[in-house]
Design a protein around this ligand. Structure first.
Ligand SMILES: Cc1cc2nc3c(=O)[nH]c(=O)nc-3n(C[C@H](O)[C@H](O)[C@H](O)COP(=O)(O)OP(=O)(O)OC[C@H]3O[C@@H](n4cnc5c(N)ncnc54)[C@H](O)[C@@H]3O)c2cc1C
Length: 445
């Protein structure tokens, strides 16, 4: 079928799905193109031996925008379980912190704690007229050299393979590395009255933070159940969804994309919403993509099924400790409403692509879960598997961000092309990206 004057959305991650639904809801013809066999992007679940695993930790957030929430969650209100607060913990300096996702400086020696704290309280913050040169410059101005040495550099090295001097100035935000618990609860309460300290100091316990966004998770299945529901909504809205789609060429007239050739078929384009890599668009449009190849950490997902309960009730744990390989551990039975005598978890590792085969990741995952005290040493692993996402986490070096910015500028020079999703470089966390995609589609539709 040849469509004319369609809005075409490229990439069917959640931002792509949201913009297609928004445009179709406004009565526009809309084609959603996805290169993979299934829609959902990174927000998918998969089944192995009867057990469901997600691609990492994924909960849905209500956005607070009525129309968008209706689009995302409406019609099947009974299908979700709502968590007012996620039970997120962390592991650092050999200590499991089950009550907060933020690192606690009480876990380092008192001398180091006090040195870090003194600098953190007196650090001037970044006041330069231009952006800091790199993450190191920013982090020292915000937190002081001691915290950079004790926390930021080892953790960034572990997560990205680079220390702060080689990373973009706000590379810490990709991992939400912002606040530290210090001293005790009364002192924290006092310090957090100041805006300056509030942005650097964390509550000791998640219960003291009053502004949690409620999170939703499907009552049955994994987070991929959400994508299945949205897939039906796309069909009902009349969106032409094409998976395994290969874009062969684009037609350009006066800096407008007027046609896309997809699997041998021409699609007339009114507007193009692009959530695939900007470099892919540049290549198709005959634009130079610059010399720096973007670097990614591959994500190794180890799925484990144990024969007994976990020793923590946390939903997930972020592992800052540089002596441990794991990055994040999701403990499904702690938030899924299932009656079962099997207990499943995903352990994520962020590694450089050439290290994918360097370790026996299943053994490492089990060993580290036991060492962290997440499960008993006599727990038996009944099933396990490994899955790899090759281009998962971007490594935000100065050069790769500069290159991406240049590509983004080239895409934006096309009058009817709009970047959405993480590819645009303006966001990473899902709730912000969904909102941006909805707003973009609402404005152009
Ligand atoms: C392992 C991992 C865990 C994460 N965990 C969290 C989390 O806990 N919380 C959170 O908020 N964020 C998390 N994120 C970040 C967040 O999931 C992503 O930023 C978000 O899903 C991005 O959505 P997107 O649509 O931009 O990208 P994607 O979900 O990657 O979707 C892009 C889609 O475009 C398709 N595509 C690519 N090229 C083409 C092409 N040429 N033609 C057609 N289609 C194409 C891809 O196949 C894909 O389906 C995580 C990311 C990773 C990698």
């Amino acid at each position: 079928m040849v469509t004319v004057d369609s809005f075409v959305v490229v990439g069917a991650g959640l931002p792509g799905i949201v913009s297609a639904l928004t445009l179709a809801g406004k009565g526009h013809q809309c084609v959603l193109l996805e290169a993979a066999p299934d829609i959902g992007g990174l927000l998918r679940s998969y089944e192995v031996d009867g057990e469901t695993f997600d691609f990492g930790t994924h909960f849905a957030n209500l956005t607070g925008i009525d129309e968008l929430d209706r689009l995302l969650f409406g019609g099947r209100e009974d299908a979700w379980v709502e968590y007012p607060v996620l039970l997120a913990g962390n592991f650092w300096n050999g200590q499991l912190n089950e009550v907060s996702e933020n690192p606690d400086l009480n876990s380092v020696s008192q001398a180091i704690h006090y040195r870090c704290l003194a600098e953190l309280l007196s650090a001037p913050g970044w006041h330069g007229s231009s952006n800091p040169e790199n993450a190191q410059e920013f982090l020292i101005s915000e937190y002081g050299q001691n915290l950079v040495d004790v926390f930021f550099n080892p953790v960034l090295q572990k997560f990205t393979g680079k220390t702060s001097d080689a990373l973009f100035h706000n590379a810490n935000l990709l991992f939400n590395l912002k606040r530290f618990a210090v001293l005790d609860v009364p002192t924290t309460d006092e310090l957090k009255r100041s805006t300056k300290f509030d942005s650097r100091i964390a509550f000791h316990h998640r219960k003291d933070f009053k502004f949690h966004k409620p999170c939703l998770y499907p009552k049955s299945g994994g987070i991929g159940r959400w994508i299945e529901t949205l897939e039906s909504k796309l069909t009902m809205a009349g969106v032409d969804v094409r998976t395994n789609a290969h874009i062969e060429s684009v037609g350009i007239v006066d800096k407008n994309i007027n046609e896309l050739v997809v699997d041998g078929q021409a699609i007339g384009v009114k507007g193009l919403l692009w959530s695939a890599a900007p470099a892919t668009f540049c290549r198709l449009a005959g634009e130079d993509i610059g010399g720096v190849k973007p670097e990614f950490r591959s994500t190794i997902l180890v799925g484990l099924v144990f024969d007994r309960k976990f020793s923590t009730n946390c939903h997930y744990i972020t592992v800052f400790d540089p002596d441990f390989h794991s990055f994040r551990i999701t403990l499904y039975n702690n938030f899924r409403l299932i009656e079962t005598d099997l207990f499943s978890a995903t352990v994520e590792f962020l590694v450089s692509p050439e290290k994918i085969d360097s370790l026996d990741w299943v053994s490492v995952a089990v060993d580290e879960m036991i060492k962290m005290g997440l499960c008993n040493s006599d727990a038996i692993v009944k099933k396990h598997h490994i899955k790899t996402i090759l281009n998962g986490f971007p490594v935000q070096s100065n050069q790769s961000i500069k290159n991406l910015d240049e590509q983004v500028k080239k895409v934006k020079a096309f009058k009817n092309v709009h970047l959405i999703g993480r590819a645009g470089g303006e966001g990473w966390f899902l709730d912000g990206l969904i909102r941006q995609a909805y707003e973009t589609a609402s404005i152009i539709g």
